[in-house]
Design a protein around this ligand. Sequence first.
Ligand code: SF4
Length: 225
Amino acid sequence: MTDIDIDIDIDIAEIEAVSRRFEDSTAQEIIGWTVDYYDHNVALACSFQDCVIIDLAVSVDPGLEVIFLDTGYHFPETLKFVEQVRERYNLNLTVTSPGESAIGWPCGSEHCCEYRKVEPLGKALKGRAAWLTALKRSDSSVRADTPIVSWDATREMLKVNPLANWTDDDISSYIDSAGLPEHPLISQGYLSIGCAPTTRPVAPGEHPRAGRWADTDKTECGLHT
Ligand code: SF4
């Protein structure tokens, strides 16, 4: 286990230093440190595009809460994959639903992501000391500076990205070597999978996230910005 002990709640500079020190740690070491430091008061938010972060996280903490944000607009294949992964790991899974505030805000409208993703995640994480994500720097230019550990000032908790320095090839290699199930849409060219109305497959050579909110200026749903 990585030997890092700090007063992380009050020292942003120290958090940044820890994040840098974790650059050479494995994802399991980072997850292990997080759940140990916060005595398991940690949850993982996962899009279920793949189950790499889940495989890693439950190998460290089998009872870790995993949160899936059901926007009401997911592909049926995604919902089936969620169920497949839940059964595979006997996951401690929380599936959120859009609240009443989402009524009248369909996909593409101004507050849809806010009321179907951001607000439900905030409620699901309430009381947690830290949350884990599968963000990678290689996802997009917007995410290129993603730290491994940062202070999430909005949710007032630590945010930990154990895969921040992984590449898409790292993800593929891990899926192959661990024999993990694959989201059924990946083989159809959907290399980044969000809500159905705003996700299209990408052509060979296109950036994997080019199929998300294509032909709009939007690049993020607000969970990480
Ligand atoms: S991607 Fe579309 S459907 Fe999904 S939460 Fe955002 S605006 Fe709504």
